[in-house]
Design a protein around this ligand. Sequence first.
Ligand code: PMV
Length: 337
Amino acid sequence: MKPSDAVARILGERQGNLPRGGAVATAFAPSNIALCKYWGKRNVRLNLPVTASLSVGLREYGSKISLSLQEGPADRVELNGQPVLPGSAFYRRFAGFLNLFRVKSEKGAWPVFAGIHMNLPVGAGLASSACGFAALIQALNQWLDWQLDETALSILARFGSGSACRSLWPGFVEWQAGVREDGMDSHGIPLEVVWPDLCIGLLVLSAAEKPVSSREAMLRTVETSRLYQQWPARVAQDLEKIRQAIWEKDFVLLGETAEVNAMMMHATMRAAQPPVDYALASTAAAIEKIRRLRAEGLLLYFTQDAGPNLKLLYCRQDRPIVEAHFPAVVTVLPFAG
Ligand code: PMV
């Protein structure tokens, strides 16, 4: 099955809907940080994961997107006020996703102007593609009057980027792997639980584009890393612990498990051929500092995605101490306010 077949199945006759002329559709989606990672696909075309994963949304940090009709033959995209070049990877990925929803006979019949605003560094392992595709699918839902529920939108967002299926909701979201070949059971599910004292600290060490995409790194790991065989069993254990930590508000269990899970994911990719290593010297130095502060009694943990930046985990009462030790950190309270 191809993504376009799955789209046709979900949209049915609505696939022929045209944008509401003149109208602008706007949607926002938060970025999400996985506490138990998604790493490896069982179906590359449909972005179906080998395992489940679990994330927390970054509330006000994410992507806002406005869509309107574009005069002329081609889509026009702006990111934070700057034109995105038509030949760029970003543009092609964006237009390729839109083409899934422009039925064949009318492909290109409604070129789009998309104004995207992201308040996170793009392509630096801060889940900018996740919030980008989640916002885009919600804007399309309004603009094309699909009236789909969040579960269906989560499945559609998954075709843009796997982790986008977790950005449809704020707070904790589990992406259930599903077992179906068509992927209709592989989507996000929000957890009805809040944790007002939980802090996520964004520690941006480099905002440069990552040298290897997560897509490529994941493929290479699954195909060549001898450590990957151990990954699914690891995730099953870690997910169990993270769920328990969330329900019991056990911060140490959450921090320890999320940190080990991230380190294991990076170990699988460093064992790939050729190896993938996203860490910079500054990443290693920050990790050492976190470990030293923890040895001195501070409850501070970290997680790392497909990039050199770290996301720190701490509780609200320790926020001033963490910010004093890491002046560049941006604290996000996913559940407060
Ligand atoms: O959704 P993708 O293809 O950008 O992959 C995301 C992979 C990680 O961020 C490393 C892990 C995750 O679960 O978000």
